[in-house]
Design a protein around this ligand. Sequence first.
Ligand code: TRP
Length: 332
Amino acid sequence: MSDDKIVLTGIKPTGMPHIGNYLGAFKNSIDLSQNHKTFMFIADLHALNAVHDAKVVKQHSYEAAAFMIAMGVNLENTALFRQSDINEIYQLTEFLMNVTPKGLMNRAHSYKAMVEKNTAANIDIDSGVNMGLYTYPILMAADILLYNSDIVPVGKDQKQHVEFARDIAGYFNNIYGDTFKLPEPVIGEDCGLIPGLDGRKMSKSYDNTIPLLCPTSELKKKVMRIITDSKTPEESKNPDESTIFHIYKLFANATETAALRKRFLDGGMGYGEAKTILFEKIDSVLSEPRAKYEHLMANTKEIDDILFEGAERARKVASKTLAKVKKKMLGL
Ligand code: TRP
């Protein structure tokens, strides 16, 4: 991947990400930010179709920003900002409305899921659907196209949205001539393959997640809750069927992983001990970012300063793109 490619990602502020969220999308963007020019924003406008409490949006936005900083995003290469701070985003969204077919929105997964739920419940298909939800992919296309992005790291669930951004860019280019680059999604690890505490897919809706930067005591409680089979300590255990081992692999290096694999197979280690090993590993890997996160959350002015500076950098690019679009669409 050539280094002059521009990386862009948005983080919807929905509370502390869990391990699945992190590996599914954020880790890729943090890694890419180490050697690419990166635009990274807190997608607070995208939260509004579901969250109607400003205090919650604001708090979760700080958490999302503190999280990305604590996990090591490269702030020299990255403009980190709030989506809502860039006025051009509202404008580009409005412009793109006019080249986006309604039918494309009808095919969006999240809208279709609502329609299916409503149909099954025998109520109006659009019940509970506001226009923020319905036009969510247009705002997201505007996010991506405003900053001339080449690479968009996202979780698997967001792949369709990036494809829509390509489609919308294509519709625009067809009418008005070559204007927007077509962005490429980069998909992270499949969250569906990361087991939660109960062995099912790790997901907030199953209440089986391990939040990434929670206090040590909470982390310990969660790890101890992992469901296992009833093998005795003496028995040999299959590491590949164990949630404990699977999660350990995500945090440990190859040597440590091989050593734990051997202990599973050899027998003589109870699940209690295996959980303690897992807890200690996660705890040590995350202790530094957790301290940084807690520091930032106690000093949100530091986050504000970073977001302010990031918005200034983002605006420089955004205003140029918008000027081009206005000229093409309005002749102004
Ligand atoms: N929709 C994304 C999510 O729910 C967040 C997001 C908004 C985003 N705008 C974006 C991601 C642009 C990548 C690029 O996670």
